[in-house]
Design a protein around this ligand. Sequence first.
Ligand SMILES: Cc1ncc(COP(=O)(O)O)c(C=O)c1O
Length: 387
Amino acid sequence: MKEIFEKIAMKFGTPTYVYFEEILEKRALMVKQVFENLNFLPTVAVKANNNPYLLKILKDMGFGADILGEGEFLACKFAGITPEKIVWNGNGKSKKQREFFLSKGIKYVNVDSKEEFELLWKEKEGFELFLRVNPDIDPKTHPYISTGLKKHKFGMSFSQAEEILEKYGRKISGFHIHIGSQINDISPFKEALEKVTLLAKKYNVRSINIGGGWGIRYKDESELNVDELKKTMVPILKNYEFVINEIGRFIFAPSGVLLTKVLLVKRTEEKTFVVVESGMNHLIRPALYGAFHEIEVLDPKNPVVKLDVVGPLCESGDFLAENINLPLPEVDDLVIIKNAGAYGFSMANNYNGTTKPAEVLVKKDGAIKLIRKRQSINELFDSCILD
Ligand SMILES: Cc1ncc(COP(=O)(O)O)c(C=O)c1O
């Protein structure tokens, strides 16, 4: 493994996101097998990773896509994902976007609120509407990625959904639920599905989109048990004629790492800081949620010490890991940040005038393929007007 990363660093430079085709396909198959006996459309949450080459691999396995904005639609287009397999999500959709997606033939839309329904969908034909209901279930995940409680901005209450079903003549195809991300326990999924199924039975709604949120193992937690999930969810899902899901993290996160290099090892009176090329510009999850990503020094030469791995940016929050035990790296050593395939590159930014990493795929036969060039600094100012 070490040799592959060294080769990539030599050929394409660092920092670089590195993905593994074999893992990506394995994870995608794990998702599909849960639903194998149902009339089912698996979709991939493009927000987790929008690289068209990776999306095409999933498309070839039968996946459609869950998108939010026009850029994510473009990624799908490049990947060859056809509009009848695309679901449009979001809690703030515009009329302009509606006309755009309508002209592209996007098939499904998850309606986030009663207000959105009244503004955009009451009289508009052309999409299959799924009402996103908020089941008021605590998924016990990080508050920033928890979405299914009453206090959250997502979804409508059951009574608002009932009002739409009773008051307007517009056909509703199904319900949508997405209660959060990185959920490792089955019970919140079950509870949410049971709740919405009662409503679906009352109104004879025969399709459901159960969202995503499947959790992985970043640290000590155990990954969501998909066999148990299958046993628990499929008997309830059999109540429906058609099922959609929208999975991002579970497929992508373990399929990719961020390969970066040590710039400096700095000691203060309190701490040892390993400064690497990437910080919250390339992987924002630790800074944003205090998320944990395991880090590995590829060629360890020194004993293990307690240290922080930080980025080079002008923020104290610019860290990748705090107080971890790691063999003390040296300048120019390569390190990998694991489980970075989801919400890594897609959340990368240009803070401090930095550029986004390259993306490389290690194919099943071991071949190495560049799937996104490193961003150049010229691109940063493409849209600036100087006179
Ligand atoms: C509506 C919706 N569906 C699906 C997902 C994908 O979630 P995950 O990556 O946890 O599978 C998200 C992400 O937050 C989302 O907001």
